[in-house]
Design a protein around this ligand. Structure first.
Ligand code: 5GP
Ligand code: MG
Length: 177
């Protein structure tokens, strides 16, 4: 599997340090609140796990299932399947692996605002500013990443590579298999 990786963009240590910094900002901003973290499945799993372990206030953690990619091509439509948590009156933090076009997060943010959330913030591990198609910025993020398709640490290509402990770019030949 590691042989499929062309280059590593963020090492395990980079990610650990980035998350520590991010958590300390959240701990400051939410010290008198009880936020609800809502992770977007499935890519968010390693990130939300590592992040919330460093959160010091009482908080809730929930998930919604979204799917926006086919292979490495955005499908253009947002598929929300199943249950949506009750966000009424809550300080919601939407957590995702990466903010790319912004379509997914933008739609979910609107959904939560319409459902009566008290506040809605966006927290991602990676920010891909060049990919943006809608006007939305992360309130919290660890790293800017170039406009390349990345895998690892939750991020997949056709459901593979999520278990890599670092984030990297695949060799071209992997897409031709
Ligand atoms: P957005 O709606 O902001 O374009 O995309 C968000 C979702 O697209 C992310 O949750 C992630 O699942 C997927 N995505 C965007 N860029 C990448 C990428 O470079 N690699 C992978 N594996 N998924 C991506
Ligand atoms: Mg995702």
């Amino acid at each position: 599997m590691n042989n499929d990786i062309k280059k590593v963009l963020f090492s395990e240590q980079d990610i650990e340090e980035g998350i520590l910094k991010l958590a300390s900002k959240l701990n400051e901003d939410y010290k008198d609140k009880n936020p609800l973290f809502v992770g977007l499945l499935k890519g968010v799993i390693p990130f939300i796990g590592d992040l919330t372990k460093k959160i010091e206030c009482f908080c809730e953690i929930d998930y919604i299932r979204v799917r926006s990619y086919e292979g490495k091509t955005p499908s253009g439509t947002l598929n929300l399947s199943g249950y949506v948590p009750d966000v009424k009156g809550k300080d919601v933090i939407i957590v995702d692996d990466i903010l790319d076009t912004g379509n997914t997060t933008n739609k979910i943010k609107k959904l939560f605002i319409n459902a009566g959330a008290k506040s809605v913030k966006i927290c991602v591990l990676l920010n891909k500013p060049e990919g943006r198609l809608v006007e939305i910025e992360p309130d919290y993020y660890c790293f800017d990443t170039p406009n390349e398709f990345v895998v690892g640490y939750g991020l997949d290509f056709n459901q593979k590579y999520r278990n890599l402990p670092y984030i990297g770019v695949l060799k071209e030949e992997v897409y031709e298999r």
